[in-house]
Design a protein around this ligand. Structure first.
Ligand SMILES: Cc1ncc(COP(=O)(O)O)c(C=O)c1O
Length: 434
């Protein structure tokens, strides 16, 4: 039974916070350090439900840099630069592919995606946008029009016209019934048919995530994104890579595009970029920026000194402390553990996938029918919570996306807990305690 303070805060949220669901949220998060957060009951939980705190919760260097920035100047001036913003702009352009020559700072990922398609339309004079089944790009009207999940745009009336949706490379549930070992990226070739039968012949851009995060942690096979980029180039279509979730070390590379040396025409980044302080950015090639009139960009809070200071110190921490490499090593360990778990329980773990510290296990009732099995994920989440591991997933896909500073010991504990919770759910095995 939670204490008075927790109950009071939960009641306030339930009464006044439109984005709070008492049926699914029973805790009040109060503090964080590293890969752990602490709730108002003093429970310490290893955080597997993160996609923001890439350098860990309240990293001391980040806290110190932000305290310094707060004392100097909090407000950014639209169209004017500040020291942190000028330095961050240079840094961002230097650390991304050299075809991307400028950056535009805003406050959230959805805004970046919105701008990317607006600019692609203006610059090309074409209007259609090709998006993907299962893709999730945010919550604005343009974003929900691009989203490839009906539940993410349901009953908001007509969405933005001109969006075409094609299947993503979800190989575990390939809509074409093919296998990645032999299909030779059939789903990329299929885009020719999408153009032929569904387009009006003026596709401005395609937008794609290196892995589909919100859409179910779906990782395409190696080489898919390269083929997609080649297809876009051959068809004179702007290639927009949405790395809002996958950037700043998440997949074990600073940017996921490094896995295949991609050179997108536009790159969307955000989330882990500010590691808790809202900042997101669009990078693009010169000819795309040139299509805008002076003053068409801008905005109230984009590029403010606090957010830019945060992004700068995040980059420093990631680089100086070897966190990207660390994410790869710990991610490989967890992936291996999850694969062993799948070998032990093949009847319920249909698929295990991921890169770096963006990992997932897909649970099914039966490996043949692949019917989703969300109840077992709920059981594992509850049992893990009791043992100090927070799992945010509510579907049949169990996401493991901790802050990138999770230690090897914490990762081992997490894997032990998930294993014992699953064994317990299946009536097989012993409990793990810390
Ligand atoms: C790939 C991707 N793009 C865009 C967004 C939207 O970002 P934001 O929530 O910052 O608006 C998200 C959010 O999860 C995302 O995962």
């Amino acid at each position: 039974m939670p204490g008075d303070r927790t109950r009071e805060l939960l009641a306030l949220a339930a009464t006044y916070d439109a984005d709070f669901n008492p049926a699914t949220s029973e805790i009040v998060v109060e503090r964080g350090m590293g890969a752990v957060f602490v709730d108002t009951e003093g429970r310490e939980l290893i955080d597997l439900g993160d996609i923001i705190a890439n350098v860990g919760h309240s990293h001391p260097r980040q806290v110190e840099a932000l305290q310094g920035a707060l004392a100097q100047m909090m407000v950014g001036k639209s169209g004017l630069t500040n020291p942190a913003r000028a330095q961050l702009a240079k840094r961002m352009v230097e650390m991304t592919p050299d075809n991307l020559n400028k950056v535009y700072f805003v406050t959230g990922g959805g805004e970046v995606v919105d701008w990317s398609i607006r600019i692609a339309r203006r610059a090309t004079g074409k209007h259609e946008i090709l998006s993907f089944w299962g893709g999730v790009y945010g919550r604005t009207y343009a974003n929900i029009s691009l989203n490839g999940l009906m539940r993410r745009r349901r009953q908001f009336g007509p969405v933005m016209p001109g969006v075409l949706h094609a299947p993503y490379a979800y190989c575990y549930r390939c809509p074409f019934g093919k296998k990645p070992e032999t299909c030779d990226f059939f789903c990329v070739d299929y885009l020719d048919d999408v153009v032929k039968y569904a387009s009006t012949g003026d596709i401005a851009a395609l937008i794609v995530e290196p892995y589909q995060g919100v859409g179910g942690m779906i990782f395409p096979p190696d080489g898919y994104l390269t083929r997609l980029q080649q297809w876009a180039e051959a068809n004179d279509i702007v290639f927009i890579l949405d790395e809002i979730q996958s950037s700043f070390g998440r997949t074990g590379q600073m940017f996921a595009l490094e896995w295949e040396d991609l050179r997108p025409d536009m790159l969307c980044v955000g989330k882990g970029m500010g590691s808790g302080i809202s900042i997101a950015a669009l990078l693009a090639e010169g000819w795309l920026w040139d299509s805008l009139e002076p003053g068409e960009l801008g905005g109230g809070n984009g590029g403010n000194p606090l957010a830019c200071t945060s992004a700068l110190v995040v980059i420093d921490i990631l680089e100086d402390e070897g966190i990207v490499e660390h994410a790869r090593v710990v991610g490989d360990y967890l992936l291996e553990r999850f694969r062993k778990l799948q070998a032990r329980y093949p009847s319920v773990i249909g698929d295990v996938r991921g890169k770096g510290l963006a990992l997932a296990l897909e649970f099914v009732r039966d490996p043949e029918s692949k019917e989703p099995y969300p109840e077992i994920v709920r059981h594992i989440s509850r049992a893990s919570f009791e043992r100090g591991v927070y799992i945010g997933s509510r579907s049949h896909i169990l996401d493991a996306r901790p802050p990138l500073v999770i230690s090897q010991d914490q990762a081992q504990y997490v894997a032990d807990v998930i294993e014992s919770a699953l064994a317990e759910a299946l009536g097989d095995g012993e409990e793990v305690t810390r």
